[in-house]
Design a binder for this molecule. Structure first.
Ligand code: NAP
Length: 332
């Protein structure tokens, strides 16, 4: 899956100590064993976590793979069994599956446990999960702004969260001590925490991640139609712009279907603005207004500069791509 690229680390809380002691949990249950959960397990181990990491995934195939590669210490057939005795439970399933999973595990959560999620949309997850959280369990929704276009139990890696933002959208009245423990774990795996209102999160992510994904899906769809006219040249001569779109458009269909269905309003708002801007640029091209185009592209270039200056991407030409046959760049 493609990265949910974050803004620059700044005034949020500092990363915790990168040691086992920086992760104040005994037993962590990961529900969903894909890219994000797998990366979390790898990162915790790499930072010396000495407690237990257990997990559950929907399919026997994923559970078997997770067990075979030792992703977690124990794999359970049911989510309810996995969360028993856990002092931290992480929901790492597609956004549309969060509510059903929460309903299943709710009665089995330990009093005092922290329940968090990593879903790319926050208000819909809060609405779906919240009603199933028993009194005495601390529900602290979250979203790591880190990812790749890969998915599944073998796609995770320990450095995924390094120097990335991890947004928390705590509910009013959240226990500060519980939040501090979660923040310590997130810091220990290398991410920076910021706290945000869920609706604001959903709007910001619609701009920085959700709408760009839809645009990439659309552009690749256009090229797919055109391919029939150009007899394969779209693939053969794919230039950097199109290749970057195809990487994003290779993201997991289930995850992204759920993102759009559950962040509908904000995404439609941003797409409306996008369409207006597109018409303005279209008109500038038609009218031969080079000044407008140049000014516009100068402003967008400055935004790219800001992302690089903030350490959220590399300024290597062509995104640091190496020639075919060379070593792949570290996506973390
Ligand atoms: P992934 O690699 O596709 O893994 C998803 C996992 O969820 C799989 O283990 C899958 O099991 C399991 N699952 C799916 N439906 C389920 C259900 N109904 N009940 C139980 N388990 C179920 O996905 P991911 O990239 O880790 O994404 C997980 C969450 O993180 C999503 O909410 C996503 O929005 C969020 N997120 C993703 C990114 C990203 O860039 N990828 C970044 C930040 C946040 P099976 O394999 O058995 O189907």
């Amino acid at each position: 899956m493609s990265p949910d690229v974050g803004a620059a680390p700044g005034a949020g809380s500092q990363p915790g100590a990168a040691t086992g002691a920086g992760m104040p949990f005994r037993r962590v249950a990961l529900i969903g064993l894909g890219l994000i959960a797998g990366s979390l397990a790898h990162a915790m181990r790499a930072q010396g976590f000495t407690g237990q990491i257990v997990g559950h995934a929907r399919s026997a195939e994923t559970r078997d793979t997770a067990a075979r590669i030792g992703l977690v210490d124990s794999v359970y057939d049911s989510a309810a069994a996995a969360v028993a005795g856990a002092d931290l439970v992480v929901l790492a399933v597609p956004v549309g599956a969060m509510g059903a999973v929460a309903a299943e595990i709710g009665p089995h959560l330990e009093p005092g446990a922290i329940l968090t999620d990593v879903g790319s949309v926050k208000q819909a997850v809060i609405d779906a999960v919240g009603p199933h959280v028993p009194a005495g369990v601390h529900f602290i929704p979250g979203h790591p702004l880190a990812g790749t276009e890969q998915s599944g139990p073998e796609s995770g890696f320990a450095t995924l969260f390094r120097n990335r933002w991890w947004l928390l959208t705590p509910l009013p009245g959240t226990d500060p001590a519980a939040q501090d423990r979660l923040v310590a774990l997130i810091g220990a795996v290398g991410a920076h925490v910021d706290v945000m209102d869920p609706a604001h999160h959903d709007l910001v992510l619609a701009v920085t991640s959700h709408a760009p994904h839809l645009i990439a899906y659309t552009m690749v769809g256009v090229a797919d139609h055109l391919r029939r006219v150009t007899e394969g040249e779209v693939i053969k001569y794919s230039a950097a712009g199109f290749r970057d779109f195809t990487r994003i458009a290779a993201s997991d269909p289930t995850m992204w279907r759920d993102v759009f269905l559950h962040n509908r309003e904000a995404t439609l708002d941003i797409l409306g603005r996008f369409t207006e801007e597109l018409f303005v640029l279209q008109r500038a091209i038609r009218m031969g207004d080079g000044q407008h185009l140049h000014d516009y592209f100068s402003r967008t270039r400055a935004i790219r500069r800001g992302i690089i200056d903030a350490g959220q991407d590399t300024d290597a030409p062509d995104f640091g791509r190496v020639p075919v046959g060379g070593a792949a760049r570290d996506k973390g």
